[in-house]
Design a protein around this ligand. Structure first.
Ligand code: NAD
Length: 339
């Protein structure tokens, strides 16, 4: 079995590679990554010398390069994590989100079809459903919830999902899609809420919280997401969408306070900043289908996952300090100065 994993130098893709190495040591894994600002080869250092792992730097939207790689590697399965993934950056510059998330997915679908892969899996997000009101805690996203996107990021991910559906319906391609809630865990790029707050807390810097911090996200430990994708690849029904989430809704402000408490720092570090444009209020996944059909349940409670994650950032300071001391500083200034 040869599995081609795109975006494997990013947060979830790298965790998926580590997960698959343990769960299926017999698989050959090929990772394609463009190494954008969010991709980091240092993350993959522990598998680089593994004879059953192969890294190729390439852009999924580069058709001739993908054709060449697929012809040479002949993967049995493709799992597409590669994406521009940060909502704030999509508000600043939507074009690259369409290039990678939409056109890149189309290229991967075309070459997967041409070389007859046995399964194409698209890693998607609950953000394609838009948001839910805060005063309706009874409402959840199911796989039947209409797509109703708010940001250029979510619009690009929804477009990719629609293309996947179309390629399944039109060409009979063996496609599955998963839509997961917010992930947290090791190797997450420091622009995202949890690592951003950990890094700033450790540096005694202000913690920029959007609006009043009341937005609700449904947090899942990254390894649980990886296990769910593995299960979908093994037992999921082709042509189906599976929502992934652990019924772990938390307000942003409460996450920030948990991090401050864990690191024994004062809440006076919290600074409320102008809200994100079009900010979704609440995401909440109904994971009944994946539980019922595939028996998936999250293994990590937030109460265990968050201290484990904080510990990881404490033990791996050089990994994220290298990032925040580089080009990222310009982005941070643009985002949070004068806000
Ligand atoms: P990330 O930004 O950490 O990693 C993305 C990776 O894709 C990086 O290594 C980057 O270099 C690579 N990449 C970007 N453009 C590329 C291109 N054109 N060609 C090849 N590689 C390219 O993102 P993440 O948080 O790990 O998310 C991975 C996937 O999971 C994305 O598709 C995202 O939409 C989805 N997702 C993320 C979350 C979350 O909470 N982070 C939740 C649900 C779904």
């Amino acid at each position: 079995m040869k599995m081609l994993i795109t975006g494997g130098a990013g947060f979830i893709g790298s965790n998926f590679i580590f997960y698959m190495r343990k769960a299926h040591p017999d698989y050959d894994l090929v990772c394609i990554d463009k190494l954008t600002y969010a991709g980091n080869l240092e993350t993959l250092a522990s598998v680089m010398d593994d004879p059953k792992f192969h890294f190729i730097r390439a852009d999924i939207a580069d058709r001739s390069e993908m054709d060449r790689i697929f012809a040479e590697e002949k993967p049995d399965v493709v799992v597409n994590f590669a994406a521009e993934s940060h909502v704030d950056r999509s508000i600043e510059n939507p074009a690259v989100f369409l290039e990678t998330n939409v056109m890149g997915t189309q290229v991967l679908l075309d070459v997967s079809r041409k070389y007859g892969v046995a399964r194409y899996h698209q890693v998607s997000t609950d953000e394609v459903y838009g948001d839910l009101p805060l005063d309706r805690p009874d409402l959840f996203f199911t796989e039947e919830t209409p797509l109703h996107t708010s940001s250029p990021y979510s619009a690009s991910k929804a477009s990719a999902d629609l293309l996947c559906n179309a390629y399944h319906r039109t060409y009979g391609m063996p496609i599955t899609i998963s839509r997961c809630s917010n992930n947290y865990g090791p190797y997450q790029f420091p622009e995202k809420l949890i690592p951003l707050m950990i890094a700033n807390t450790l540096a005694d810097k202000p913690l920029p919280v959007y609006g009043e911090g009341l937005n609700v996200r449904d947090w899942l430990y990254v390894e649980d997401h990886c296990a769910a994708i593995d299960l979908i690849l093994e037992k999921g029904r082709v042509g189906q969408v599976y929502n992934i989430g652990g019924h772990n809704e938390m307000r942003n402000i409460d996450i920030v306070k948990i991090i401050l408490k864990a690191l024994d720092k004062p809440e006076s570090l919290i600074t409320y900043v102008t809200d994100r444009k079009g900010h979704d209020m609440r995401y909440a996944i109904d994971p009944a289908k994946i539980h019922r059909e595939l028996g998936w349940l999250p293994a990590t409670k937030f109460a265990d996952g968050i201290p484990k994650t904080i510990r990881w950032y404490l033990d791996n300071r050089s990994w994220w300090e290298n990032i925040i001391n580089g080009e990222y500083q310009n982005y941070y200034e643009r985002m949070y100065a004068n806000r």
